[in-house]
Design a protein around this ligand. Sequence first.
Ligand SMILES: Nc1ncnc2c1ncn2[C@@H]1O[C@H](COP(=O)(O)OP(=O)(O)O)[C@@H](O)[C@H]1O
Ligand SMILES: [Mg+2]
Length: 385
Amino acid sequence: MIVDVNPFVYSRPVPPEDVVDRDAEVADLLRHAVGGHYVRLYAPRKYGKTSLLTRALHDGERSEGLIGVLVDLYRVASVADVTVRLERAYAKHLRGDLRGKVESFLQRTGVGLSLGAFGISARLQLDPARDPLPALHALLDLPLRLEASGGFRAFIVFDEFQDIGRIDGLDGLLRSHIQHQGEVASYVFAGSEPGLMRLLFETKDRPLYGSAVPMRLGRLADADLADYVARRFDASGRSVGEALNPLLALAAGHPQRAMLLAHRLWAEVAQGHEATLDDWQAAHVAAMRELEPEFDAQWRGLDASGQKTLRAITLGDGSPYRTAALRRLDLTKDVVRRALPRLAATAEIEEREAGGYGIVDPLFAAWVDRLNDRPVDDARSGVRR
Ligand SMILES: Nc1ncnc2c1ncn2[C@@H]1O[C@H](COP(=O)(O)OP(=O)(O)O)[C@@H](O)[C@H]1O
Ligand SMILES: [Mg+2]
């Protein structure tokens, strides 16, 4: 049996007890939920939204008696998709008495819903012409049922909510239900694409305009990451030593990138040992090798002006309009000016507090910068070549 397992998870949401430094955000979410306010939560991909939401649901159930349901809307493409996801979310989250009550209610609606295995997905498979809309209406009204079954308040989280923006009329349909549920349910709409989230919530003629309090998830503080990483090395009979600082510098507070680098570093260090700078370099190289296909695909997903603008940002250390960079890349200011908002809409880049722009993912930024073949600055790249 393997007992010496790598304690750094980076490929899936982390369990509630492993969430670093999000206490204030969890408390905020719960305060809004208990007060019946709806929240839209924005953060780039891999910033820990799902981890945070799972923790908020967990805490909300325990400390506030909320009935938590997390609905994953990742890449939903149709009303049928949304209906299936919503039904499965209830199937996953409801337990005990309440589950029994909801199940018998669903059976009685006669629209094909069930929390068991033979639910709406199976029905749609057998009868593709079946209209999923009545089932969706019934599911969206479930919070009223939960209230009727014992005064429960539902805490419903739509994760990757921006993906409903691609389904005609769905935001209107949703609003028609939730606008009357303030007394019985609280909603969180979480999303990773600022452009689509803004379209849904900040466009005057959209149904959800102004309907939810905005919240933003930031990077993690170096001090919190340092503490977390050092503790987990210690707890597994290792010490992170001098490798910690270059790790934190490269991760730049990006939650998933920090964990990926910590995972790789840990794998370099034998039990009973302390990490060295050589270990760190090996870990860094291994991480970049692992990410190569991901970055290559990400790069190919951009058009030429997007690619060049990313390179201009790295060449100018945040200022994309430097003359030398524009010349080098055969780029004009006009092209950059048009590319910036598109890159920002998908959270490829963000405006920095200090001014200028930054690539959101620090490892992707390093990868892009390699394309520039600049004379190497060891302190900046953290890798000896
Ligand atoms: N607060 C946190 N504490 C520890 N790890 C985190 C935290 N937030 C994010 N992570 C790391 O990021 C990864 C992705 O988190 P996830 O919740 O799936 O992000 P998102 O839903 O924003 O894409 C996790 O596997 C974990 O390694
Ligand atoms: Mg997620």
